[in-house]
Design a binder for this molecule. Structure first.
Ligand code: HEC
Ligand code: HEC
Ligand code: HEC
Length: 438
């Protein structure tokens, strides 16, 4: 059974997570949470002014790498003041205020308190935090980096804003349930560099697996809501709510599988993360938030390191489903030529002026076609960014929505066609799947 953490907020980027329930952990008794050991990095008090300011700047960079902003901000005027809503069928969880306010925020927290929360999901009063907060990834972040983030958050002006009380039904309201879940599924061991790999690869692995928390969306979860490590980065589901309407997005395969990043070069991945656009694709949907608030702020070296690491992930994939029949492919190919071929070309190879290639696109080939259906129905909703930066150099024209032009069956035929031609072997899309995304 699955349930969803739905994250809602004022922006249309607000999203949510589909977790399988971790609440089943209440059935398992007698497991004790791991003991916390902390080495203490140098305290900020012992630093000179210059050293402190360097630490804070490093912290600002790392806070962007962790995208703390997206989840802890509800309204642009109150960055980091929390209050963003995450709904589950069992009730609602709100993100917390992490500004330096002594009462509403974390102004009174020691570095040890903060490290415990980020790495072990435990607040100072011993209460266990829910894994909507991706401490399962952040556990890999080094003591030094956590100390820098802590120093930076101390510089955030205090905001007196207390998020609403969580509203979860019993026994889910009991935080010890999270404690049991962690005891079973949370690996809070530090990041282990691989000695056989380059420094660049290790840097990339550290960022992707740690602060980047890419697996939160790109890895499927088992029935207990824990990442399914055998299928790491082979694709997951993410939910958004736009104007009250909940819709599913598929976060595609990022391994070297044919349905993943096989056709992307290291440059393509690095450009996509840094500039929001590459020869292979441009950002839209939930990746807007990831790239706008996080990866575009990283150095060219760091996004490259992430790309090198991603390119090294061995090909792995989930079952792609049954291919479409010849009749469906024929009907779809006609629709494609009428509606899509002008920009993506009849060969699916795309063009630098009109639109990206669809051949080898992870969004096209994802075993779950949710994001493919969304972009077809609603167009590519690209981020609004000041025209002064590199984003303005995007050469492509925009992709318009087709929800009023094509019915469910036409969309299903068309998408089944692009998933089954040009050497693609992804499963057919059904009209029911399209209807679900309307
Ligand atoms: C995917 C969304 C998400 C991201 C990304 C995220 N958080 Fe959170 N965070 C939450 C939620 C939700 C809670 C509340 C959990 C609970 O109440 O159990 C939380 C709780 C916390 C807490 C505990 C505060 C308290 O008062 O108990 C701290 C500290 C924190 N986050 C820091 C961070 C930092 C630092 C980052 C970036 C490195 C970050 N968070 C990124 C969602 C997120
Ligand atoms: C909040 C959920 C979420 C997180 C976190 C996330 N992704 Fe994604 N990603 C998605 C979704 C959904 C899609 C497909 C639709 C889209 O592009 O938004 C996607 C698509 C992609 C694509 C394919 C783009 C294309 O158009 O073909 C790449 C590459 C990618 N993500 C890389 C990453 C990396 C690297 C990270 C970590 C730094 C990451 N993602 C973190 C949800 C997420
Ligand atoms: C007017 C030109 C145009 C037309 C017509 C068009 N597209 Fe697009 N398409 C684009 C552009 C531009 C993008 C890149 C959007 C971005 O930057 O995020 C895109 C992106 C995509 C993507 C995302 C690929 C990836 O990996 O990120 C898919 C899938 C897609 N289009 C499918 C279609 C389908 C199916 C049709 C026909 C129903 C269609 N497009 C019609 C211009 C077009």
């Amino acid at each position: 059974m699955t349930f969803q953490f739905r994250r809602s907020g004022p922006s249309q980027l607000a999203g949510a997570y589909r977790f399988h329930t971790f609440f089943y952990m209440v059935l398992i008794a007698g497991v004790s949470a791991g003991v916390v050991n902390l080495s203490s990095p140098a305290s900020a008090a012992s630093l000179s002014e210059v050293e402190l300011s360097e630490l804070e700047q490093r912290g600002e960079y790392l806070t962007a790498a962790g995208n703390c902003m997206s989840c802890h901000t509800n309204g642009d005027d109150k960055p980091f003041a929390g209050g963003l809503e995450f709904d589950t069928p069992f009730g609602t969880i709100y993100s917390t205020n992490i500004t330096s306010d002594p009462e509403a925020g974390i102004g009174q927290w020691s570095l040890e308190d903060f490290t415990n929360a980020v790495r072990h999901g435990e607040a100072p009063d011993g209460k266990h935090l829910y894994p909507v907060f991706p401490y399962t990834s952040y556990a890999k972040v080094s003591d030094e980096d956590i100390a820098a983030i802590y120093a930076y958050l101390k510089t955030i002006a205090p905001v007196k804003s207390t998020p609403p009380e969580n509203d979860l039904s019993f026994p889910y309201s009991q935080r010890w349930t999270s404690g049991l879940w962690k005891a079973m599924y949370h690996d809070d061991g530090p990041f282990e560099p691989q000695p056989g790999q380059s420094a660049q690869w290790n840097r990339g692995a550290y960022l992707v697996e740690g602060l980047g928390h890419c697996s939160m969306c790109h890895t499927p979860r088992n029935f207990m809501g824990a990442n399914d490590s055998g299928l790491a980065m082979t694709g997951g589901t993410y939910m958004t709510r736009v104007e009250g309407k909940l819709s599913a997005w598929s976060a595609p395969n990022l391994t070297s599988a044919d349905v993943g990043l096989a056709m992307w070069t290291v440059d393509d991945i690095a450009d996509y993360l840094k500039l929001g656009v590459s020869h292979r694709a441009g950002v839209f949907g939930p990746m807007n938030e990831v790239v706008v608030n996080s990866t575009r702020h990283l150095s060219t070296e760091d996004v490259r390191a992430m790309a090198v690491y991603l390119k090294s992930l061995p090909a792995n994939s989930q079952d792609g489903g049954e291919p479409a029949t010849a009749d469906v492919l024929r009907a779809g190919s006609i629709q494609y030529d009428i509606h899509c071929g002008s920009c993506h070309l009849p060969t699916g190879e795309g063009s630098p002026e009109q639109g990206p290639p669809l051949i080898g696109s992870p969004v096209v080939l994802d075993m779950d076609p949710a994001s493919l259906i969304n972009i077809t129905l609603y167009g590519a909703q690209t981020p609004h960014i000041s025209p002064s930066d590199e984003w303005a150099s995007r050469a492509w024209i925009l992709m318009d929505p087709f929800d009023n032009i094509l019915d469910d069956e036409q969309v299903a035929d068309l998408l089944s066609f692009i998933r089954g031609t040009w050497g693609h072997e992804a499963g057919a899309v059904t009209p029911e799947q399209v209807a679900e995304q309307r």
